[in-house]
Design a protein around this ligand. Structure first.
Ligand code: ADP
Ligand code: ZN
Length: 602
């Protein structure tokens, strides 16, 4: 990787650009220079100047007349007219004529001036830019030539990541152990005739440790690690994607056994559509990747790991046998996983001895590994800000909210009425949740606005891990979402825009009950929706007739209405508690789940 190679194809490209620039220079810029030296005037001016004896030299050409002023400092040009008296008049004025004024450039000078000089300038600029680019790329001690893969050789000694650094994700680690074993001892596998999968696809939401796992495989097996991101292929190296893939594999084969990691493989491996104007660049890159994968033996010692969070969008050609035929899910961590991840990252900072990691893990339900790492780091920052030498439980708890809901917006100005509305709204959610036995208890309620735009929120905690939800639980959840609005109605008789997110969530749940979970009487267990993007946003498409869609809409409305009424009922029955708790929250702005429950149970 040290020497810088200049391959042929891009060079031609650069020559073409240089020549194009030269032509532009010659046709546009040079004439402009030339014109500045000679002033064009009309014939009348020429005659006047002649008569007033202001003309120095004159040269009459076939279709124009060039002349200078008396001290030859300015050259003028004018069109030639049929003028028989001209010679006499010029003689009278004392001008010297028929002498060469503007010396025509000799072929050599013109070559120098029009071609060689600009060429030198352009090449100079080109070299300068190249040098700058290389300095940038060489920041990590490596250089890359144009068209050469910039996959980084993973340095084992300094950054060696091992399986123990990746917390949770036990299933994924177990699946990858076999590959590590193979890299350690390929002979064992060869002997029996088993071949390793060439490609392994790590599938899961962003920030769950897919990159870490790939690095850990290399670290455990003590082999080089080449990594490259799919979006880099298509975005950064326009016209070079395919050649970069070729280079990457060439390097990898030389260094085998090794790991090649392709992050965001969906950027190059998207399904090829037959639409006009498809991305040729991407297709070429993808084809090259497929060719490379087919080209080497299963036992060559090169293992390709790829990561994606949109497996459903991958081209089926990629997942065919002999390519990425093994798929390892890397899911969001469960409660125990979250606790382990928090502990792993807490080792890097100083934390108080009495920190309850399990409680924090509970509060951070749904957080990814990357978010948990972020929470720990935020806690350390907060401790420094408050002049503490260790991060405490409250630092960590506040960090969850920072990471999940954005920083506290201390200077947000709410009117008094707004503050009351938000207090009632949040207590509404919490009360409805608490009164329905199966809803998760409340952890914390706050009406301090967050930079994320949330004005207040109720942090619910799920006890343990839940894999299944019953119909009643979902209904209760919908009721809880409607509880905020229901409290506003009850307390003020008017409603606000504060419930927009609740409306969205409640609708999503209600729809899913009918179209995906088969929880309505009318449609029984008929699937009416397919999920097209499991990990990002969860796009889905309906697979039913227009008539059925109308019916679904009607049922969604009635389901939500029913739960909304239930929530209102609960709040009306507990009207006194609603008022007391809302007042308490209005005054304190943030209250814990315990405070809430003790007031509720008084
Ligand atoms: P992905 O490739 O899935 O998007 P990464 O592997 O890049 O995620 O993870 C980003 C960061 O999040 C890591 O550098 C690490 O600090 C943290 N992280 C994610 N998952 C884990 C985990 N399971 N254990 C420890 N740290 C994790
Ligand atoms: Zn709400």
């Amino acid at each position: 990787m040290k020497e810088v190679k200049t391959p042929k194809k891009p060079l031609i490209f650069y020559y073409a650009i240089v020549i194009l620039c030269l032509m532009l220079f010659n046709s546009l810029i040079m004439p402009w220079f030339a014109q500045r030296q000679i002033q064009t005037v009309d014939y009348g001016t020429f005659m006047t100047m002649t008569d007033e004896q202001e003309v120095g030299l004159v040269e009459v050409q076939s279709n124009q007349i060039l002349f200078t002023n008396k001290d030859n400092s300015v050259v003028y040009k004018t069109g030639r007219m049929e003028d028989p008296q001209l010679v006499y008049r010029l003689k009278d004025s004392g001008a010297i004529f028929s002498e060469e004024i503007v010396e025509e450039m000799s072929p050599l000078t013109s070559l120098l001036f029009y071609w060689i000089l600009p060429m030198v300038i352009f090449i100079g600029i080109g070299q300068l830019m190249r040098k700058r680019m290389m300095n940038k790329a060489g920041g990590d001690g490596m250089m890359f030539g144009m068209g050469k893969s910039n996959a980084k050789v993973y340095v084992k000694s300094s950054e060696g990541i091992h399986f123990r650094d990746v917390a949770g994700e036990d299933e994924a680690k177990e699946s990858l152990t076999e590959i590590v074993d193979y890299l350690h001892n390929p002979a064992k596998y060869k002997e029996i005739g088993a071949s390793m999968p060439k490609g392994v696809l790590l599938v899961g939401p962003p920030g769950t440790g897919k990159t870490m796992l790939a690095k850990a495989v290399a670290g455990e097996a003590d082999v080089p690690f080449f990594s490259m991101s799919g979006s880099e292929f298509v975005e950064m190296f326009v016209g070079m994607g395919a050649s970069k893939v070729r280079d990457l594999f060439k390097q990898a084969k030389e260094k085998a056994p090794c790991i090649v990691f392709i992050d965001e493989i969906d950027a190059i491996g998207k399904k090829r559509d037959n639409q006009l104007g498809g991305n040729d660049e991407r297709e070429q890159t993808l084809n090259q990747l497929l060719t490379e994968m087919d080209g080497f033996e299963g036992n060559s010692g090169v293992i390709i790991l790829a990561a994606t969070n949109r497996p459903e969008s991958l081209d089926p050609a990629l997942t065919r046998p002999g390519r990425f035929d093994r798929r390892i899910p890397v899911e969001l961590p469960d409660l125990q996983g979250r606790e382990e991840i928090l502990k792993v990252h807490a080792k890097k900072i100083k934390v108080a001895d009495d920190v309850d990691f399990q409680k924090i893990a509970r509060m951070a339900s749904g957080a990814s590994g990357a978010e948990l790492a972020n929470i720990v780091n935020e806690a350390a920052l907060r401790a420094v800000r408050n002049n503490r030498s260790v991060a405490t439980q409250s630092d960590l708890e506040e960090s969850i909210e920072v990471v999940i809901a954005g920083y506290q917006k201390k200077n947000a100005i709410l009117t008094d009425q707004e503050k009351w509305t938000i207090a009632y709204h949040e207590i509404g959610h919490a009360l409805v949740a608490a009164k329905q036995t199966q809803s998760a208890p409340v952890q914390k309620i706050t009406i301090i606005p967050r930079t994320s735009g949330a004005l207040g929120y109720t942090l619910q905690v799920e006890e343990g891990n839940k894999y299944l939800m019953t119909k009643e639980e979902i209904e209760n959840k919908i009721a809880t979402y409607t509880g905020g609005r229901a409290a506003e109605e009850l307390a003020f008789g008017t409603i606000s825009t504060g419930a927009s997110n609740d409306i969205e969530q409640a609708t999503k749940l209600a729809r899913a009950m009918i179209t995906r979970y088969g929880m309505s009487k009318d449609f029984d267990m008929v699937a009416m929706e397919t999920l097209s993007n499991q990990y990002l946003g969860g796009d889905s498409s309906l697979t039913c007739s227009m008539q059925t869609q109308t019916e679904i809409d009607r049922q969604v409305v009635s389901l939500i209405k029913q739960q909304h009424e239930k929530a209102s009922q609960i709040l009306m029955e507990n009207r006194e508690k609603l008022d007391i708790l809302s007042k308490y929250l209005y005054e304190k702005e943030t209250i814990t789940g315990e405070e809430f429950m003790s007031i509720l149970n008084q």
